[in-house]
Design a protein around this ligand. Sequence first.
Ligand code: PCA
Length: 191
Amino acid sequence: MKILITGFQPFGGQRVNPAWEAVRKLPDVLGDKVLWKLEIPVTFGGAFDAVEAKAEEVDPDVILCVGQAGGRDAVTPERIAVNLQDASIPDNAGNQPVDLPVIADGANAYFTSLPVKAMAAAVRAQGLPCRLSCTAGTYVCNDVFYRLLHRYRDTGKRVGFVHVPFLPEQGSPNLPLNSIVRALQAMLEAI
Ligand code: PCA
């Protein structure tokens, strides 16, 4: 199984993004799974373009995007992407869409095609905090998640998104980097 896993660049005045810091530390092979890792920009549309370009090259079975969710105290696999852009801060290109659809004629929402309950159970079995989330927000993370679910619907490619807490150096609540790495690894093994 080929898995494309992405992490975002820093945004919102932060110097690091725990998502990419953790993704880059994952092994290249996990049992029968081969991982392709990609750092992506925090820009509406641009994040999707980067993932799609890599997916066209690699032809992965699974695409899993990872993002930072400051304020959350657990790893949170996302269940739903919504067709809404509503940014409270500009993205890294200076764009700040408000009350716009991601895709004009798209469905209101898509459910993830990854087994998020099994993934969450695998993280908790490691003694790490994890719960399902029913909103990836309305910023760039939801934008790339929605666009990927739309693009790869009915293709057999499965798409998921996981938000992770801050690192200790970014504030509280937080999780150490190696805990985030272990959580990602447990989720990948559960797919
Ligand atoms: N988190 C943001 C965008 C990039 C990231 O890591 C979000 O939750 O939308």
